[in-house]
Design a binder for this molecule. Structure first.
Ligand code: ZN
Length: 492
């Protein structure tokens, strides 16, 4: 090899080394660059990372994108697949996580989007009908109705809270998310003037009775408050005497003019059958003050001659009260005389001490007759007759009772023939004679004979009276509601 050749060879080697060195440098530089570049995937959510969604809206996933990024070379257009996880209940109320995944260069990446579904929509509370309520004074406030619906909870009418306070009604209802809605209405009361309302009206007609009770009333102030207890009632009534009675109802609230209402009460008599004149020559035998020890004997005599009589009974001999049942069963008329027959005292034990005392005594006996016969009688005879003067310690009582009792539907009977058996002991023959003369002296055709079956001598006279009557063309009958009253003159 020549020098030149040796020199050429060396030059070549230098070039070779240099190239190698350059290549090494290049590789080293590239590796260093790659290392420095720190290439990775970047996962980026499209749209907002935190979403608040109203209930009822549909969640639409905007997805996420992934791309490659390094320090040195920045973003590369290398496509990276992204996978999304969307919870199936994402439309329900609450907080949900939507997750996105990708992998790149052997590494996994994940990111999360928060989706919160809220209900901020208020329920709809509807008053049916809407608006204020016009209450009436007498009926007050009555809830007209309401309904509530919610976009999430549905019908929540049953959860509406209603509060009546003063003249306002407050309604509220909340849905399950705590959205509360309110409504209210005013209670308007008409009329706004105080008022008295008379039950039964301004004109009342009643049948005569021993007592009277006002049919009632209601009074309200302008705010529909019941102020009935502040009404003063003025007026008086004698409920067993027919006529017209005026009552005034005054409501004075202390302001404005007093409210005044008035009522006219008309007392009318109870309807009674009219009296009918009997056939000529009718004799009504009537026996007062029993039953007693001789009543059974009397009933036997009446039965023997098939004669019907009338008994004005008392409870003076309680052990004989059972005979009232027999009197009734055998076709006789049983009517009230008196329970106590107390007409001699001058105090409140006397049946004539007051209308009320008389009525109480009367009713007591009437009830006993009902117990014995099963029937209420409306027939009676005043103790002592309506002409008695023993009652004069209470002036006018007979005049009042003579009106009051028929007004209340009770028919009073007196007599037109007295047997004289109440004026001390007599012989039966004398009693018989008194009755016959009495019957014969009556010119108008019928006789109502007074006897007492608590007098043995009077009972003993009955058979002779019956025989005489039958032999002389008389008919014996029992009194009834259409029989003549043969009223006495009233002397008190
Ligand atoms: Zn008597």
């Amino acid at each position: 090899m020549g020098r030149a050749s040796r020199g050429h060879k060396r030059k070549k080697r230098i070039i070779g080394i240099t190239v190698l060195a350059l290549v090494l440098l290049l590789i080293t530089g590239a590796a260093a660059a790659l290392l420095y570049d720190a290439r990775h995937a970047e996962l980026e959510i499209s749209g907002q990372k935190e979403i608040v969604l109203e209930y009822g809206g549909k969640y639409a996933d905007a997805g996420a994108k992934a791309f490659s990024r390094g320090k040195l070379f920045g973003q590369l257009d290398t496509p990276i697949d992204v996978y999304a996880y969307i919870p199936h209940d994402i439309d329900e109320l609450g907080e949900h996580e939507v997750k996105y995944f990708c992998s790149y260069l052997g590494r996994s990446y994940e990111t999360v989007r928060t989706v919160t579904v809220v209900d901020t929509v208020f329920p709809v509370l509807e008053l049916v009908p809407s608006g204020d309520f016009n209450a009436t004074v007498d009926r007050g406030y009555m809830e007209p109705g309401y309904s509530a619906r919610d976009n999430h909870d549905g019908d929540i009418t049953s959860q509406v809270i209603v509060n009546v306070s003063g003249d306002r009604v407050y309604y509220s209802v909340s849905d399950s998310s705590g959205n509360t809605v309110y409504a209210e209405r005013e209670i308007r009361v008409a009329p706004t003037e105080p008022v008295i309302m008379l039950e039964g009206g301004e004109f009342v007609t009643i049948e005569a009775a021993i007592s009277y009770e006002d049919p009632g009333f209601k009074a309200y102030d302008g705010n529909a408050n019941n102020v009935s207890d502040r009404v003063v009632v003025k007026g008086e009534i004698t409920p067993y005497l027919t006529g017209e009675y005026d009552f005034t109802y005054i409501l004075d609230l202390g302001y404005g003019e007093p409210v005044i209402a008035s009522r006219k009460v008309t007392v009318v008599p109870v309807d009674m059958p009219a009296s009918v004149a009997p056939a000529q020559k009718t004799i009504y035998l009537t026996f007062d003050d029993g039953p007693g020890p001789y009543t059974e004997q009397l009933l036997d005599i009446l039965k023997k001659y098939k004669v019907k009589a009338t008994f004005f009974v008392t409870a003076q001999n309680p052990e004989y009260l059972y005979l009232i049942a027999r009197e009734h069963e055998e076709g006789h008329t049983v009517a009230v005389h008196t329970y106590s027959h107390e007409i001699y005292s001058k105090d409140e034990t006397n049946v004539y001490s007051s209308v009320e005392a008389y009525y109480a005594d009367f009713m007591k006996m009437r009830d006993i007759i009902y117990e014995q016969t099963g029937m209420y009688t409306n027939m009676f005879r005043f103790p002592g007759g309506s002409s008695n003067t023993l009652s004069r310690f209470n002036p006018g009582i007979m005049t009042t009772l003579s009106q009051a009792m028929p007004n209340m539907g009770f028919k009073a009977f007196d007599w037109n023939v007295s047997s004289g058996d109440a004026n001390g002991r007599r012989k039966p023959e004398q009693i018989k004679q008194n009755v016959i003369e009495g019957v014969q002296s009556i010119s108008y055709g019928y006789a109502v004979v007074l006897q007492h079956d608590i007098q043995d001598f009077s009972v003993e006279a009955v058979e002779g009276i019956i025989i005489w009557g039958l032999n002389n063309g008389y008919t014996f009958a029992a009194l009834d509601m259409t029989a003549p009253r043969t009223p006495h003159a009233v002397f008190n």
